[in-house]
Design a protein around this ligand. Sequence first.
Ligand SMILES: [Cu+2]
Length: 177
Amino acid sequence: MKVHTYEKAFLWVGVIVLIACAGALAYASLGMGIHLPGASGRIDPARVYSTAPFNRPGVRLTAPNRYEVVMIGQAWAFNPPEVRVPAGAEVTFTATSVDIIHGLAVAGTRLNMMLIPGQISRNTIRFDEPGEHLIICHEYCGLGHHTMSGKVIVEPARTSAEAADGESQPASAEHHQ
Ligand SMILES: [Cu+2]
């Protein structure tokens, strides 16, 4: 079969682009740890506030230099509205909604989840630099949607001695293990 030279070149370009895209996908998912936040559990939306861990929204230390942020989305606020975590720590956001679909995106980072009533969303991130990040709801959720926001305050990294000792964690962090 005779394949025209340009046709052959075009096919090769296609093959190379496919391989490059597959490589980029593999690098992003395996190398950089970027993946879609899956549903990591189910919950009765009517009982969120009495179901662990949502009965105690806030930040808690789960292991040395690892934190869990338990957050609830509701029209039109995040509970808690502000969390403090140290730079360099691994922070897992565990969140759900008590009413309708909301979004939870931490501006300037790759953390971006949907909060779906009945589902628990979970995603882990590390904030490398101290600073402030806005938390925004990016799913239109009604009249007050534009007012639905929160804040992540990333405090300067603690020394390893402080991190090993769970007592000296950020001021607003609740400590219950
Ligand atoms: Cu909204």
